[in-house]
Design a protein around this ligand. Sequence first.
Ligand code: ADP
Length: 587
Amino acid sequence: MRKITEVIKVLFSTAGRKYPVFFVLKTVRMLINIAMPFIALFISPRIVDEIVGARDVGRLITLAALLIGGEAVCQLANDLCTNYINRYSNRLERYFSVLIGRHVMELDFQLTEDKEALEQIEKARTGMEWYSGGVDGISDQFFGFLGNLFKAAGFVTVLALHAPVLLAVMVVYTGLNALFVYKCNKIGIEAFAKLSKVNRLFGYFGWNIVDPRYGKDIRLYEARDMMLDSWKENTDRSNTHWKWQGDTCLPFNLSSDFLSLARSVFAYFYVALLAIRKIIGVGTFTQLIAAEGGLDGAIGGMVHNVTELIKRCSYAHEYVVFMDYPEALAKGTKPIEKKPHEIEFRHVSFAYPKTDRKVLDDVSIRIAPGEHLSIVGLNGAGKTTFIKLLCRLYDPTEGEILVDGTDIREYDYARYMEQFAPVFQDFKLFAFSLKENIAFSDEDADVTALADRVGLHDFVAKLEKGTDTSIFKFFDEEGVEPSGGEQQKIAIARALGKDAPVVILDEPTAALDPIAEYEIYKQFNTLVGGKSAFYISHRLSSCQFCDRIAVFSDGHIAEYGTHAELEKIDGGIYARMFEAQAKYYKE
Ligand code: ADP
């Protein structure tokens, strides 16, 4: 019950603020639906009585006209309402998927790497779509319930006046039937919980198989069979859940059908007996049979509405849970200015959530405003993690990070994020125009100049639509597929274009050809200017462009100093790495 009220409150208020007309239309349609059966219920018996009694043709025509005309008008109004409701229903579906998408983008980053949070996103998405039918599906059941309640009250009154015994039988029948339907729906909800994980895997395989970016690896590593096998395995698992649901529900469905048959037989015999004994007239006989059928329909409808509401709301409740998902990071309120900052890691240790291994262990370092720091070390040494902590994508497990002497957890989160312009190893370009990929919605950015600065001049010059050309061909036949190196340059241009005092380049030249790499290095200080810069690279020659070098090893800063200082350390990690690379080039 708590879930139903919560879902209805959240969904209806969100939808009502956006499209209030939707609820007006649903209310009008409900009132029409309540009126419809009562037109026949009260007019038909009078027609029957007229036929077997006075047979006044004029009165018969009037009654028939009222019956047919009334029902036709109601039907027309009902269809018109449905037509408009359907338009809003599509809009609402899209509106809620945008709300979910927006919330996913606003989630604390670490939740996007968290299995539970990912499952919650999937449950919210599927829960709000076909499982619950969204706001339209849930409000259908809600208004359906109200409508059926009013109809049932009308039919009960008619039966109570003429056939109270039949009413008592209906009450017992309804109770038993509700039990069967309830059991079936409970099974349905259990099946949904089991299916959620299968669906997430489905999504993964489904997308990867058709995603052209995986095309090369799939072909050259013969990953096709592995992908198809995994897909088949998940299809089988999904089918097993559906079959289990169907098989478990079958006995309850059959019992319900049998009970309904028994009720109908009793009703006809009982009401016919009343008519034969002349306790009621022929008109009332037809009215009672109609009222009995109507009450069965209305109560069945109510039971269906309630159980559907329970089921649908328990699916849609995943949306409510997701929209209220607890934040992973505490957020401060302190303002922070955009200016070169002094950055200090003080005894920082870190293990990824739900793991024990310290990826960073007691790291302390101070970086002066505007300083350029090169971070080197073997794969897995903790370099990227160090950057993730600085950008507050995660918080340290122990110790603190200070920016201008203040613990970064105290700063306003959004303002703090504005301080950084990173290019991560796994940066992503969007299927938008080149201009949008570099400057997003900043209309004033000089995209051409930024592209020139990172050596994209010739690339842009070749494009017919210049910086308005779409990246990738997802939505645009004339889009370009930039090479790995070109993509990296676009990402660097994007970082340089962001008005942020700290630039972070994580392996920024890995995909660049030696000449492009040399160009970026040569211009590095001009490119980054007076901003602070963190530069993760395996090519140690790049370190010479930085003020200091921190050598990470196994989660520690093993060596720290200028290139000249580190080069001299006999048997030092940096000296050995530098020597190895230099030798390789010389040879
Ligand atoms: P580097 O950048 O020096 O190559 P990383 O900082 O990326 O190293 O990774 C350091 C260690 O942390 C690695 O052993 C890696 O497997 C682990 N790691 C990285 N990201 C995660 C994550 N999201 N969850 C758990 N472990 C992770």
